[in-house]
Design a protein. Structure first.
Ligand code: ATP
Length: 324
């Protein structure tokens, strides 16, 4: 391997820049050339490349987003699009790429690798933590901290006005962000897609909490929650059944995707970048770098894409006990 490309693809997440920096610097350390691809797979198809050296990634470890930009590319879903991408890579003398993204980006990498026998490595970058083969995806820890800080602020105003707040957090079909931030911010109830609490139980739980002397309540709701009601519908439902409740809704939205990465995400990104590049140099391909049980390890991309990241049952129990 003489030349490696790096790109960010799919939704952005804090820590992507730290991972780009790590890939670039690990290449420099091993005297492997490194090329950045802008705008994900679309940039690969259009030949939007830039040679990188160790100094090209100065002062980005602390920045959110991705300096390489990210994109979703429909062209890369077609054989013609991928052929163009391959031709551009070959033109540049690139022998392998590292893609930082989610499972869609990994699926694209896998298909590409099979079609052209091209070595690829994946680094999981998404705040949702919904990828099999790693306990932490890049950006997840930062998002948790952003959410907890926001809920702390909401709690201040909730207490001052004896209010009930529904706070919607990101996570798509996974409840990791909701469960962890719910426990971390001391939420009275947590609604996640993995568990169907049901509307009745929600009302009971809120009533129990009120009767036990709590003056305010925070309910953290994962965006893909199973009850199937939006936070606004939940508010309406509760108000209909308990007109005495003063209910408010906050949708945290995209602030969860931005911001300076936490130290944890920066260190994780640095470790993952080293592993990705060194694994390619060792001749490995088609893996995702993950972090499990305190170790950086590889999972075949196929498993990472097909496997399901499970919710932490022990933490669910902790959350039940804490909301007593
Ligand atoms: P996020 O976690 O933000 O969704 P992701 O990597 O899963 O990140 P996607 O939009 O699903 O985001 O995928 C990113 C890109 O990967 C797509 O825009 C497309 O170019 C490529 N891709 C996804 N699925 C395929 C596929 N089946 N075949 C080829 N390319 C694909």
């Amino acid at each position: 391997i003489k030349k490696i490309a790096v790109l960010t693809s799919g939704g952005d997440s804090p820590g992507m820049n730290a991972a780009i920096r790590s890939v670039v610097r690990t290449c420099a350390y091993h005297n492997v050339e490194c090329v950045a691809v802008y705008r994900g797979y679309q940039g690969m198809i259009e030949g939007d490349f830039k040679p990188m050296n160790a100094r090209s990634v100065n002062n980005i470890i602390n920045r959110g987003g991705t300096i390489l930009k990210s994109a979703r590319s429909n062209d890369f879903r077609t054989p013609e699009g991928r052929k163009k991408a391959y031709e551009h890579l070959k033109e540049q003398g690139i022998d392998a790429f590292v893609v930082i993204g989610g499972d869609g980006s990994f699926t694209g990498a896998m298909i590409f690798s099979e079609e052209f026998g091209f070595p690829v490595m994946g680094i999981p970058g998404t705040i949702d933590n919904d990828i099999y083969g790693t306990s932490f995806t890049l950006g997840y820890d930062t998002a948790l901290n952003t959410v907890v800080e926001a809920i702390d602020k909401i709690r201040d105003t909730a207490i001052s006005h004896n209010r009930l707040f529904f706070v919607e957090v990101m996570g798509r079909d996974a409840g990791h962000i909701a469960l962890n931030t719910g426990v971390g911010a001391g939420a009275e109830e947590i609604l996640i897609p993995e568990e169907n609490l049901g509307l009745e139980r929600l009302l009971e739980s809120l009533e129990r909490s009120r009767l036990s002397g709590k003056s305010s309540s925070i309910v953290v709701v994962a965006e893909g929650d199973k009850i199937g009601k939006s936070v606004f519908e939940l508010k309406e439902y509760v108000e209909q059944n308990h007109p005495d409740y003063d209910v408010r809704v906050t949708v945290l939205g995209h602030i969860q995707r931005g911001g300076r990465p936490t130290c944890f995400d920066r260190v994780l990104a640095s470790r993952m970048g080293v592993k990705a590049v060194e694994s390619l140099i060792e001749g490995k391909s088609n893996y995702m770098v993950g972090f499990t049980e305190d170790k950086i390890m590889l999972t075949p991309l196929e498993k990472a894409v097909k496997g399901k990241s499970e919710i932490d049952r022990e933490l669910l129990r902790v959350s039940d006990i804490m909301t007593t």
